[in-house]
Design a protein around this ligand. Structure first.
Ligand code: ZN
Length: 220
C-alpha cells in the first residue's frame, strides 16, 4: 500500500482567505509553506488502483500535484477519474466539496460513506444528487465494524468517531456523523488509521478505545 498525504491543513486551508493570524501572515510573507486542506490517497500496489479519502475543495490542485510525481500514468488518454473509489469520513463541507469538482469524470464516481452521510449529501448539501446529472454516482455503504474489500490487497473497516452533525444539518437527533477508517494491506499487514478531529471531547475517548483494541489485536 502506498499512502500520499494530499493536504494537511484544517478546513479553509493555510493561509485561510480571511485569517490574519501569525501563521497565515507568515505564509503570505513567503516564510512558511502554504498547505492545502486535509485529504489522503491510498494506492493498492498490486493492481495500481488509487482510493481517495475525503474530497477537499483543493482536490484539483492535489490531483495535479501527485500526477506531477508520476501517479496515474495508467489513466492517461481517458477522462475518467483516477480514483477507483472515494471514501468519506463525514459530510463536512471541507471533506466533500471536492466531489463537485470531479463532475467532469466520464465514469460514475464510486463513493463510499455511511447512510447518514449519504442522506446529508443528497438532501442537505445536495452534492450527490447534483452529481447524478454529471458524472453519475455509484454509492456503497460503510457500516462501522464491517470490513469492505477494496481490492484483493486492501481492506477497510470503519469505527465510530463523532456525533457532531455538519452545521448545515438542523437536527437535534443524536446520530453517528464522523467515522475513522482502518485501512489494511493484507499482503504486508501495513495498517493506517485515518480520522479527523471534528471536536475535542467524546472523540478522544472513542479514539483511545480504538487504539487500545488495535494494540490488543497486534499483540494477539
Ligand atoms: Zn490563520
Amino acid at each position: 500500500m502506498l499512502i500520499r498525504i494530499l493536504g494537511a491543513a484544517a478546513g479553509g486551508g493555510y493561509p485561510q482567505w480571511n485569517c490574519h493570524c501569525n501563521g497565515c501572515e507568515t505564509v503570505r510573507d513567503g516564510a512558511a509553506t502554504p498547505l492545502t486542506q486535509s485529504s489522503i490517497a491510498v494506492q493498492s500496489e498490486e493492481d495500481g488502483s488509487w482510493f481517495l479519502i475525503n474530497a477537499s475543495p483543493d482536490i484539483r490542485q492535489q490531483i495535479e500535484a501527485i500526477r506531477g510525481e508520476g501517479c496515474f500514468n495508467s489513466h492517461s488518454g481517458n477522462r475518467s477519474l483516477p480514483f477507483a473509489g472515494i471514501l468519506l469520513t463525514d459530510a463536512e463541507i471541507d471533506h466533500t466539496t471536492g466531489l463537485i469538482l470531479l463532475r467532469e469524470s466520464t465514469a460514475p464516481l464510486n463513493i463510499y460513506s455511511t447512510t447518514t452521510v449519504k442522506q446529508a449529501l443528497t438532501s442537505g448539501y445536495g452534492i450527490l444528487s447534483t452529481l447524478q446529472n454529471y458524472s453519475g454516482v455509484n454509492w456503497a455503504p460503510i457500516t462501522p465494524g464491517e470490513i469492505i474489500q477494496l481490492t484483493d490487497e486492501l481492506e477497510v473497516e470503519a469505527f465510530a468517531l463523532s456525533t457532531k452533525a455538519p452545521k448545515y444539518i438542523q437536527s437535534t437527533e443524536v446520530e453517528l456523523w464522523g467515522i475513522g477508517l482502518t485501512i489494511r494491506d493484507t499482503t504486508t499487514n501495513l495498517i493506517i488509521i485515518k480520522y479527523s478531529y471534528p471536536s475535542i471531547n467524546k472523540p478522544v475517548k472513542i479514539w483511545s478505545l480504538h487504539i487500545a483494541s488495535f494494540l490488543t489485536q497486534l499483540k494477539g
